[in-house]
Design a protein around this ligand. Structure first.
Ligand code: GAR
Length: 228
């Protein structure tokens, strides 16, 4: 039998991930930080932006990552844009796409090509509040909780099997900025968590739902709390 202490110090295989951004890239940063941990089961092989001025590109370069701008404005239609995107992704060796504030709608054809291999983060507790301006709409609706969701991408916008969610209370004095900041802090926690679960092969999609081998908390959150 071979002596394990003499085994070459090989890094375990890590899932190769492409991160797609359009702007600030704070969720991308959370993924970069997670992937920098020694035992994290994923690595970022490319960061792609459809906007040349995306702030996140600087941070990705600072982290020494390979970046690529595929400016949608240089293409006559979605299909040719996605053709260039697909070619780059294939060349990068990516096996999973993480949409991190990528604000370009993708065609059903592209989405199906990456079925169960493309995940997205959205600033609401899906399926509630799909689309834009979620914090404003939550405040208008008067819900007591808000949050964020990481889900597999499906052709319908902000739709697909849910992998992870975080829930935050809506406070009486909240405005869209304060509420958005509270949600964003949780986005930065659940995106790395969801990526880790997917990369570890612990998420299975069955009948439109993502099944995870973990135990959910069994306590309820009340807002206002029972002591109010
Ligand atoms: C995040 O709040 C993300 O959830 C949202 O855009 C923001 C990007 O911020 N995405 C969507 O609304 C997608 N439907 P970031 O660039 O700092 O990660």
């Amino acid at each position: 039998m071979s002596d394990p202490t003499k085994a070459p110090n090989r890094a375990p295989t890590r899932l190769k991930v492409a991160v797609l951004i359009s702007g600030r890239g704070s969720n991308m940063e959370a993924l970069i930080d997670a992937c920098a941990q020694r035992d994290f089961p994923a690595e970022i092989v490319t960061v792609v932006s459809n906007r040349p001025d995306a702030k996140g590109l600087d941070r990705a370069r600072e982290a020494g990552l390979s970046t690529q701008v595929i400016n949608h404005k240089n293409f006559t239609d979605r299909k040719s844009f996605e053709g260039a995107l697909q070619a780059h992704l294939e060349a990068s060796g990516a096996r999973l796409i993480c949409l991190a504030g990528f604000m370009r709608l993708l065609t059903g054809q592209f989405v199906e090509k990456w079925r169960d291999r493309m995940i997205n983060i959205h600033p609401s507790l899906l399926p509630a509040f799909k689309g834009l301006h979620t914090h404003e709409r939550v405040l208008e609706a008067g819900t007591r909780f808000h949050g964020c969701t990481v889900h597999f991408v499906r052709p319908e916008m902000d739709d697909g099997p849910i992998i992870a969610q975080a829930c935050v209370p809506v406070m009486p004095k909240d405005d869209p900025d304060s509420l958005g900041a509270r949600v964003l802090a949780q986005e930065h926690r659940i995106y790395p968590l969801a990526l880790r679960l997917v990369a570890e092969g612990r998420v299975t999609v069955r009948s439109g739902r993502a099944l995870i081998d973990s135990h959910p908390p069994d306590t309820a959150l009340l807002n206002p709390p029972i002591s109010a």
